[in-house]
Design a protein around this ligand. Structure first.
Ligand code: SF4
Ligand code: SF4
Length: 71
């Protein structure tokens, strides 16, 4: 399951999410946002900034940080 779900019916292709994604994980394809999951860090910025509520980010799928001090 992908962490970022984009509702293509609600997406108007404004590009705001593309501009705010800190990892350049979002692109516009045929005027709809698409996520490149291999770049996504599941930060949730795109969900916050989409004015059309077209993005849902499942934070439970955020990659776990490495535990420091463990060899
Ligand atoms: S901010 Fe929302 S409406 Fe705009 S391109 Fe991204 S998903 Fe689509
Ligand atoms: S969750 Fe963060 S890294 Fe992933 S697509 Fe959205 S803004 Fe980009």
């Amino acid at each position: 399951m992908e962490a970022v779900t984009i509702n293509r019916r609600w997406c108007k292709g404004c590009g705001i999410c593309v501009a705010f994604c800190p990892k350049q994980a979002l692109v516009l394809e045929q005027e709809k946002a698409e996520c490149r999951p291999e770049k996504c860090i599941v930060c949730g910025m795109c969900e916050l900034y989409c004015p059309d509520l077209a993005i849902v980010v499942d934070k439970s799928l955020k990659p776990k940080k490495a535990v420091k001090g463990v060899a």
